[in-house]
Design a protein. Structure first.
Lengths: 1354, 151
């Protein structure tokens, strides 16, 4: 055999003879290039390499030597026996390469459009590959533009919708306004007509009656005269005279009477001021929709740096995202048909441009060469595909492809041809499968849909398999089959013609499988001569298969003979290299590519890597959730950390409880606590806090006892101070009416600190400050006495007996307060163990405190008197009030946690805490001791009053009683008995207090409000921090102490379990969970008081009033907490106190109304009576300007937060309207906003914004840093559709008006979903178009049900 | 450099797969047309036991022109000069494309067995070879021992 092969080998080229030419010496050589090379052109001789015989060259050149036909037959025979594929270049004639001018077998290069040699061609293909890679990266880089524009389109869709909605709303509003105007006018006119008619009718009737009377009278007169005025009857002269006179008069009357007909003619006429036709015309065209001219962002999408290859240009140019272009393109496409489609000249993917020049199809070798070429093509185009720069293809490729096969088959076997025919038909049907996923904009098809790509990918697997041994081949085959299955599945999943494609695929797969088995068999039989009969089939199959894949003869040879032929073509080699080593990976790759979208294209070289990438992607996908989970907890942790402030609120709640707890459950510890506390008290710095505690504690205590015990002190109080104390108490109380929450106190505290403290500070700053301070403190002391008497029965003696004085004037109060506080604490325990605790008190505090108490008391009395004098002499109630307000309450807030801890954790914890707290206090006192102190005290006041209020009716009544007792008969008018009365009173008082404090703030300080605000700002900035620190530290300490879990729920639960707190301890969560039933509703459509037209914003005033922005009635309505109309203010317009479709409304702690005057693009601030105070803002995008401001809210410090809806941001202002900051920009990212509607601020300074068009709620801190994001688009729990109103209660629970879903959702403070209720409709608990929500302090949820023109309360 | 002609590849492969006894030709790593050749001295010749290094270069128009071959190891041979150039007809005018690397190297090996002092290149050697063959052969042996025997 070897010799046989040797005989068929040209000795010059050592290859198979190609056109062997026989020399006269009987030696044969290939015509080209061997014989050519032997020619001696000079001598026109050829020298036989074998025998060195020299022969003349015939005239026609070496071609003229006879072909060695026998040898050629042998060659053919050899080919048939071995199944060896012919040399691709056989039958070709060498030409000069179009590039390197070397003589070689040329093939056409699609790159340079020339016939070039293989070397140059592979170089060109390299160039192409590089270019494709470059384009690919370019495309990858610029793909985001498409994605961006996709996002933009989505955004535009959104804004289009919102725009349409808002325009519709506007139209509706105008329609409402116009119809209302017309209706009002016509009603009025009709009324006037009615009146007119009535009047005229009455006139006429009177006239008629009179005339009737006249006629009757005159007639009877005439009759009488006729009958009796003759001689028959005697008439005296007088009578006759009179008769004559009457008749004369009658004559005169008749002569002069003339009915003024013009009465009747005074007809009413309806005068139309405007020509009705004109009016109708005007109305008919009362508005026009102005659609802004569409400015096409020319080429903005098509990237400048994405220079599309010329072949792809038309397609890519179209990708300019202009849908008009797209339609145009489609039309054009339809007109021209796909084949005329300019992209790729309408060729099918991978098809070689039709060219006449190429080989003779009759020649089998030529056919073979074509295979080779198609292979290269394929490679090229595959690369092309991978860049995504896929372009349109015509069906010709396939047909030609098939035809070539057909030819091939016809050369070999009929039966095969038949099958091929079938295949071809199928293929013809499937022709357009590539067009299925063709991008309508660019005309780019998806590579993975292109059957050639599929084929190529399949070949990768197959080739790889063929490389393996037969056993490995099985595995590979399985993998390939799996891949094919996947492909098929993917195919079937795809649209339309894909089913046909699947059939095609099926066919291919079958054939492939068959060929694979054949190939495997061939490989198994190694040299395969043993099965010659089997050969042709397998060969054919193999060739079929490989031709599909574009393998050249070597490739197929290797396919058959497995590893027997180690030499490969360069392309085969590259492909082999690119083959992923693991069959599974092949499958994976194929799967990805098959099912992948066009952008998941991968080149052959990168197929393995893409597989890996896919795997990596999978891993990444797997990893992402976990990472996100990681993130989530971390954020949660963050939020919880953030919430430490919030959670601190809960500990804050404790004091209430704790103070009670020790009495009932833990007396010993309580006593311990008290002793410790005494120590704490003995440290002089803890004055306010402790005293405040005493305040808060003593008040509850007071209630039962107050009536009897406090008269003595009460008698000392002046009316003014009485009212002021009431004010103080109620101002705080009204701002913190909720029974359950300690937060209110916080709020109140902060509030009071903000302004009142300020005010007090300024007041203290006056020359008379010292006197004042003492006055204030004494007033506090006086107030404090009220508690004192409660336990006075036990402790008064002590006060009295201890007589040594140590304290200074200023410290006196505090010490006194300390005392009272401690005694208060003692009192509590004393309920259960009176003597013990009292002893404890006495012992623990010992001489020191006792003596001080004594001093305190004596001094206190003195100071009190002085204070009253001072107050009287100054006769400034307000100052008194102020001081009262500030001092009386004495900071229970800060203290209370410590008190709580002290009692609860007994001992060092408390002292530590109190110490630390006091150090805090000291720190702040460094700046302004008085202010701080007063602030603290005001805080305390807030607490005290709120605690009182917390007790609800009973509490109120007792509070009233307390007040009454305290201030005696003088103040009794001010405080009518009964809880309602006192409540009302407190409301009134609170408003006055607010206003007075305000006035005070502005008035008393000479430098004016600006300095005041500065100071307040400093304070507000500084103090909350401190407070937060305190709270956090207390929390920390609590946890350090390790007694139970310091978290709020537990404590709350404990509180509930203890059952002590009653109303105060209600857990909002459970309340909220029960929310479903509507309590009552307000309004109904209309413009009269109590009705609404499209209400929007909602707010709850400090006195629990319900404030509704009655948007399309351009007014604000105020209802009391029971929904009874109180007042309204505002009207349409753009002047002061006038509104144009106001949206958001908020009420600050001093009762001022802050209103987002939407269409006037401004914020208005109105005083509690509804009188205009100030306005700020105008339309624009600069700082402090608005574009349809919507939601508005205010925090405890008085900062105003405005949802600047169309500017997609939130702006923050000081209460005087000066710009503070802004955050948010249009977008979907974190911290970005799109049409933020409503806003709420929790008392932990979390700013909650309904990011409406992003369907989420974002929570910021006050500086605009995103803390968390809640929700996403959808209608599941915790998802939103255009959320609007948001509210947050004092516990941090968040309420969202999920407008698009027509429901209210409630979230826990940590953002987790708690509850939802409501549905579409107009019945109870049903909504149509939600707007604002608000939370009342009693936990009632107010919901603005816009389209139903009502407010529902839950 | 343009790609290697198919013939060279085939020849190289065949040289690797079916090496000729006593001849070892390895293409250079950097240049496939340059071969490092080792030819052992034929038995029954003065060069027996010697290992002779040669270099072989296939010119651009190979196989239409003869390869260039040169001895690197010094050798005492009338047809090989001091520079290692070889006087061999098949390397010159008798070259035929039908010849191959292996045939050329076999010819060289044969040349070692049968020096041809009538067509000398190293004239002094040829002279001595003609005048005193025994001494020449002895010299050749010495040289072989001196230059062509490892260690």
């Amino acid at each position: 055999m070897e010799q046989f092969e040797q005989l068929l080998t040209c000795c010059v080229c050592l290859d198979r003879y190609r056109i062997p030419k026989l020399l006269p010496c009987q030696h044969s050589f290939c015509m080209e290039p061997c014989m050519e090379g032997l020619v001696d052109y000079v001598r026109r001789q050829v020298k036989c390499p074998e025998c060195r015989a020299e022969h003349r060259i015939p005239y026609n050149g070496v071609q003229a030597f006879p072909t060695n036909v026998t040898l050629q037959r042998f060659l053919e025979l050899h080919i048939e026996i071995t199944g060896e594929l012919p040399d691709p270049t056989s039958g070709q004639i060498m030409e000069r390469c179009g590039v390197c001018s070397e003589k070689a077998y040329l093939s056409h290069c699609a790159h340079c459009e020339k016939k070039i040699c293989e070397d140059c061609k592979s170089a060109h293909m390299d160039i192409l590959r590089r270019e494709i890679t470059r384009f690919n990266s370019q495309i990858r880089r610029s793909l985001h533009r498409l994605q961006d524009s996709l996002a933009i389109i989505e955004k535009n869709t959104m804004s289009l919708q919102t725009n349409a909605i808002s325009v519709t709303e506007e139209i509706d509003e105008i329609y409402q306004r116009i119809t209302k105007a017309i209706k009002d006018r016509s009603d009025q006119l009709k009324g006037e007509i009615d009146r007119y008619l009535a009047v005229e009718l009455r006139n006429l009737t009177t006239l008629k009656e009179n005339l009737d009377l006249e006629i009757t009278n005159i007639g009877s007169n005439c009759d009488i005269v006729d009958k009796y005025m003759n001689e028959t009857v005697e008439w005296d002269d007088c009578e006759l005279m009179d008769t004559k006179e009457i008749f004369l008069k009658t004559v005169e009357f008749l002569r002069h009477f003339e009915y003024e007909n013009n009465d009747y003619s005074r007809r009413v006429r309806f005068l139309v001021s405007i020509d009705p036709n004109q009016l109708v015309m005007n109305l008919a065209t009362f508005g026009d929709l102005n659609i802004a001219p569409h400015s096409t962002p020319g080429g903005s999408v098509s990237s400048s740096h994405l220079a599309p290859p010329s072949g792809l240009q038309p397609g890519l140019m179209r990708s300019k995202s202009d849908h008009r272009l797209a339609t145009q393109f489609r039309q054009q496409e339809e007109r021209g048909g796909y084949n005329d489609e300019p992209v790729l000249g309408g060729r099918k993917f991978g098809e070689r441009p039709q060219r006449s020049a190429t080989t003779a199809n009759s020649d089998r070798y030529g056919e073979g060469s074509r295979y080779g070429r198609s292979d290269y093509d394929y490679e090229n185009d595959y690369e092309n595909e991978s860049t995504g720069g896929r372009t349109g293809k015509s069906s010709r490729f396939r047909s030609r492809f098939v035809r070539s096969h057909q030819n091939d088959d016809s050369d070999t076997e009929q039966q095969q041809q038949q099958r091929q025919q079938e295949l071809k038909e199928r293929k013809e049907r499937v022709l357009d499968s590539e067009d299925v996923s063709r991008g309508q904009l660019s005309g780019i098809i998806r590579l993975s849909d292109c059957s050639r790509v599929v084929q190529r990918l399949a070949d990768i697997g197959k080739e790889k398999k063929s490389d393996k041994k037969s056993d490995a081949a099985c595995a590979a085959q399985a993998a390939v089959q799996a891949a094919i299955q996947n492909q098929k599945a993917a195919m079937q999943r795809q649209q339309q013609k894909q089913s046909a494609a699947a059939a095609d695929e099926d066919e291919l797969a079958r054939q492939k499988r068959k060929s694979v088995t054949a190939g495997a068999a061939g490989a198994a039989t190694s040299s395969s001569e043993a099965v010659p009969e089997q050969r042709p089939t397998s060969e054919r199959l193999a060739s079929l298969k490989t031709t599909r894949g574009g393998e050249d003869s070597d490739g197929s040879g290797s396919n058959q003979a497995a590893a027997s032929s180690p030499v490969r073509t360069a392309t085969a080699a590259t492909r082999a290299e690119s083959k992923p080593p693991v069959s599974a990976q092949v499958a994976a790759v194929k799967k990805t590519q098959r099912s992948g979208s066009s952008d998941s294209s991968a080149s052959t070289e990168s197929s393995a890597s893409s597989g890996a990438a896919a795997a990596a992607a999978a891993v990444a996908a797997a990893a992402t959730p976990s990472s996100s989970q990681h993130k989530a907890p971390s954020t949660a942790r963050h939020s919880s950390a953030r919430d430490s402030v919030a959670s601190s609120a809960v500990p804050e709640k404790k004091p209430f409880v704790s103070r009670f707890l020790p009495q009932h459950s833990n007396p010993p510890s309580a006593s311990n606590g008290t002793s410790d506390k005494k120590k704490a008290e003995s440290s002089s710095s803890s004055e306010e806090e402790t005293s405040s505690e005493s305040e808060s504690e003593s008040e509850p205590e007071t209630k039962p006892k107050a009536s009897t015990s406090s008269t003595a002190t009460a008698s000392k109080s002046t009316p003014s101070s009485a009212s002021s104390s009431t004010t103080a108490a109620t101002s705080a109380g009204s701002s913190s009416t909720s029974g359950s929450s300690y937060r209110d106190r916080l709020e109140a505290r902060r509030a009071s600190r903000d302004d009142t403290a300020l005010a007090s500070r300024s007041s203290y700053a006056t020359p008379s400050s010292s006197g004042y301070g003492s006055a204030g403190s004494s007033s506090t002391a006086r107030t404090r006495t009220v508690p004192a008497p409660h336990h006075a029965s036990e402790s008064e003696d002590r006060y009295g007996s201890s007589s040594t004085g140590t304290g200074t004037g200023s410290s006196y109060t505090s010490r006194f307060l300390n005392k009272s506080k401690s005694s208060a604490i003692v009192t509590q325990p004393s309920l259960s163990t009176p003597t013990a605790s009292f002893d404890e008190d006495a012992n623990g505090t010992g001489d020191d405190s006792d003596s001080r108490y004594g001093t305190g008391r004596s001094r206190y009395l003195a100071m009190k008197e002085r204070r009253t004098r001072l107050a009287r002499s100054r006769s400034s109630h307000q100052f008194g009030n102020e001081d009262e307000d500030l001092d009386e309450p004495v900071s229970p807030t800060t203290v209370s946690p410590s008190a709580y801890l002290a009692s609860r954790y007994s001992g060092y914890g408390s002292s530590d805490l109190s110490r630390s707290r006091s150090s805090h206090a000291l720190k702040s006192r460094d700046n302004s001791p008085i202010t701080d102190r007063s602030a603290g005290s005001s805080r305390a006041g807030a607490l005290g009053s709120s605690s009182t209020d917390n007790k609800d009716g009973e509490a109120l009544s007792s509070w009233a009683r307390y007040l009454k007792n305290k201030y005696g008969s003088k103040s009794s008018k001010d405080t009518p008995s009964g809880s309602a009365g006192s409540a009302r009173d407190s409301h009134a008082a609170s408003s006055t207090a607010a206003s007075s404090s305000h006035a005070h703030g502005t008035g008393s300080s000479g430098s004016g409000r600006s300095t005041a605000s500065e100071v307040s700002r400093r304070l507000s900035l500084g103090l909350p921090l401190r407070q937060a620190n305190e709270l956090a530290s207390s929390d920390d300490d609590g946890s350090k102490n390790g007694l139970g879990s310091p978290t709020s729920p537990t404590v709350a639960a404990a509180v509930a379990a203890a059952g002590i707190t009653g109303v105060a301890g209600t857990i909002p969560k459970q309340v909220y969970l029960r929310k479903r039933q509507q309590l009552f509703q307000l309004g109904g459509r209309g413009s009269e008081p109590g009705s609404f037209t499209w209400p929007r914003g909602l707010a709850v005033g400090p006195d629990n009033s319900i404030v509704v922005a009655d948007s399309s009635n351009h007014r604000v309505q105020v209802f009391d907490s029971n929904g009874i109309f109180v007042k309204e203010f505002g009207e349409y317009g753009s002047g002061e106190g006038e509104f144009d479709c106001l949206a958001g409304v908020a009420v600050n702690r001093i009762g001022q109304y802050i209103i987002a005057d939407r269409y006037n693009h401004r914020i208005q601030v109105l005083d509690p009576q509804g009188r205009f105070l100030r306005a700020f803002g105008s339309q624009g995008t600069a700082d402090g300007k608005f574009n349809y401001p919507w939601g508005v809210t205010t925090d405890a410090l008085g900062f105003i937060y405005v949802c600047d809806k169309e500017n997609h941001r939130v702006q923050v202002f000081q209460s005087d309207g000066s710009f503070v900051g802004k955050f948010g920009s249009c977008g979907r990212g974190e911290g970005q906003l799109e049409h933020p509607h409503y806003i709420a601020v929790s008392n932990t300074n979390r700013v909650i914004v309904s990011d409406s068009n992003n369907h989420r709620i974002q929570i910021f801190d006050v500086n605009g840093k995103v803390l968390s994001t809640v929700g996403g688009e959808g209608s599941d729990d915790g998802q939103f559709k255009f959320p609007r109103g948001v509210a947050v209660d004092d516990q941090g629970y968040i309420f969202v008006a999920d407008s698009g879903n027509n429901r209210i959702q409630i979230f826990n403070p940590d953002g987790s979903f708690l509850k939802t209720f409501g549905s579409w409709g107009s019945g109870d608990s049903e909504f149509k178009g939600l707007e604002g929500v608000a939370i009342m302090s009693n936990g009632n949820i107010l919901v603005c049900d816009r389209e139903n023109h009502r407010v529902q309360v839950f | 450099m343009s790609s290697l002609p198919r013939r060279i590849i085939k020849e190289t492969q065949r040289l690797m797969q079916e090496p000729v006894p006593g001849i070892n030709a390895i293409p250079d790593e950097n240049n496939a047309r340059y071969f490092h050749v080792i030819v052992t001295g034929p038995n029954d010749s003065p060069f027996e036991g010697g290992v002779f290094k040669l270099e072989l270069f296939l010119p651009e128009d190979y196989p239409m022109s003869a390869p260039k071959v040169r001895f690197i190891t010094k050798i005492y041979h009338p047809n090989i000069d001091r520079l290692g150039r070889i006087c061999l007809d098949v390397l010159k005018d008798k070259w035929s494309p039908a010849l191959q690397i292996r045939t050329i190297l076999l010819s060289i090996q044969a040349l070692l067995s049968a020096p041809n002092p009538d067509d000398p290149l190293a004239n002094d050697v040829a002279e001595l070879w003609k005048v005193n063959e025994a001494e020449a052969i002895r010299n050749a042996r010495e040289w072989t021992q001196k230059y062509a025997v490892e260690d």
